[in-house]
Design a protein around this ligand. Structure first.
Ligand SMILES: Cc1cc2nc3c(=O)[nH]c(=O)nc-3n(C[C@H](O)[C@H](O)[C@H](O)COP(=O)(O)OP(=O)(O)OC[C@H]3O[C@@H](n4cnc5c(N)ncnc54)[C@H](O)[C@@H]3O)c2cc1C
Length: 416
């Protein structure tokens, strides 16, 4: 076969579908049925799917999108003025699955254990002892992949969240509302607010009396434990006079925010979580999958049309298409920014986000969706710095720990 894709999550289906569309002979390998429902739900800024003509894949769409960055209940909401959506995850899965099915992309059941490389391609060894040959192997098995090599750059921060989908004694957020970040914290003790990890509420009205509420820590190493998040969520609700009546689903969310880039010289290509494609400042990835798969699939399809092209060069071209220099530099900048935010106090974070969402919408939206060019991203960050209050400026200026090294990475990306 030409390409073997490891995994059956969003990244695997997305890249397999893009390859199938280009006539590449691909197969998948995963322990589960690729049509089995995914465990996570995926949110996205709606204009990202609008721009791709995929708005029908949204199961929910909110126009009333707000945040709070004050310190206590009441206070003005920040109106974002940009729609937010939640994918209908079955529709998203089917969207990619149908493209694979039409082109005859089949999935084998199994778990990749090791990968070996040779001049003509690579061999994946499965747990069951099978040896699967392909000219190119793409690891889309998520951020825990032991096969993808990357530098060890110290502690990796996790975005952790505990959420409940259910019914409540009173609406936890306004009807029809989506709350991106509610940082109000007057349900916590003074000591918790001063020394505890800053966390916020992410919440939405799912209609018909059902709401999703989730206590979230943007990023911290080590990650905030679930019991702390659950306790805070219940206290936050109780402070508003809201009790949980029916729990339909509990979400335990944990994934790395600032994974270093993979080694871009390696012979195993990666895509999705395994390729550090999660946005280091926001935690989002599905928009990036949808935007970046076509260029990667083009590079692979073109390479495969040259039978004499050594497998090593095919892989190199694919890595270049996935992580061009500009994206590597932006990734470095985002990681640098996140490193700063992780040591901000709750007060600094509230002031920071208040300034951030006061930027022109195209700047904060472009920052969060990674759709700005590098100069535009730098311009947004400079503007943020200029407009930020002194407490935030001071936090941004001091260099601690690995911040300087991460900042320099923008000039000298590690991938080359
Ligand atoms: C709870 C949660 C909520 C999230 N919410 C959002 C969100 O709202 N919006 C957003 O954009 N992003 C979100 N993310 C971030 C990111 O989009 C997800 O982590 C996403 O699922 C990553 O996709 P993936 O396909 O790379 O990996 P995964 O979804 O982790 O899929 C990995 C696949 O590889 C398979 N696999 C694993 N090991 C092997 C092996 N050895 N051999 C073969 N197959 C293997 C697994 O069975 C699975 O099929 C969220 C993450 C989490 C954890």
């Amino acid at each position: 076969m030409e390409v073997l894709v490891i995994g059956a999550g969003p990244a695997a289906l997305c890249i397999a579908a893009a390859l199938a569309e280009r006539g590449v002979v691909a197969e998948g390998l995963a322990p589960e049925d690729p049509q089995q429902p995914w465990p996570n739900t995926y949110g996205i800024w709606a204009p990202e799917v609008d721009a791709l003509g995929l708005a029908p894949l949204l199961g929910h769409r909110w126009h009333n999108t707000v945040s709070w960055f004050g310190d206590r209940l009441g206070g003005p909401a920040v109106q974002h003025g940009i729609d937010y959506g939640l994918f209908d995850k079955a529709a998203l899965q089917q969207h990619w699955w149908r493209q694979c099915e039409r082109a005859g992309v089949a999935w084998r059941r199994g778990r990749a254990l090791a990968v070996e490389h040779h001049a003509g391609g690579s061999t994946v060894v499965t747990e069951a002892g099978e040896r699967l040959e392909a000219r190119l192997v793409i690891d889309a098995s998520g951020h825990r992949s032991p096969l993808v090599q990357r530098a060890d750059e110290g502690p990796v921060a996790g975005q952790a969240a505990y959420g409940i989908v259910g019914r409540f004694s009173a609406p936890p957020v306004d009807p029809g509302q989506f709350v991106l970040m509610d940082y109000r914290s007057d349900h916590l003790s003074e000591a918790e607010r001063r020394c505890g990890p800053p966390t916020f509420l992410y919440a939405m009205d799912l209609g018909e009396g059902v709401f999703f509420v989730e206590e979230t820590s943007l990023a911290l190493a080590p990650a905030v434990p679930y019991d702390v998040l659950k306790d805070r969520l219940l206290r936050r609700l109780s402070h508003r006079g809201v009790a949980v009546e029916v729990v339909q689903h509990e979400e335990f969310c944990l994934f790395p925010m600032n994974l270093p880039l993979p080694d871009l010289q390696q012979r195993l290509l990666a895509f999705g979580g395994a390729a550090a494609m999660v946005h280091p400042a926001s935690g989002y990835m599905v928009g990036a999958l949808l935007r970046r798969a076509p260029a990667l699939a083009d590079a692979i399809a073109q390479g495969l049309q040259q039978p004499a092209l050594p497998a090593e060069q095919l892989c190199r071209r694919a890595w270049d298409a996935l992580w061009p220099l500009e994206l590597q530099r932006k990734h470095a900048l985002y990681r640098f920014g996140l490193e700063k935010l992780m040591r901000f106090s709750e007060g600094q974070l509230r002031a920071h986000f208040s300034t951030f969402f006061n930027l022109p919408p195209q700047q904060w939206y472009g920052f969060l969706t990674n759709t700005l060019t590098l100069p535009e991203l730098i311009a947004a960050m400079v503007r943020l710095f200029v407009q930020a209050p002194w407490t935030v400026k001071a936090g941004l200026m001091g260099m601690r720990g690995r911040e300087l090294a991460l900042g320099l990475r923008m000039l000298f990306p590690a991938g080359r």
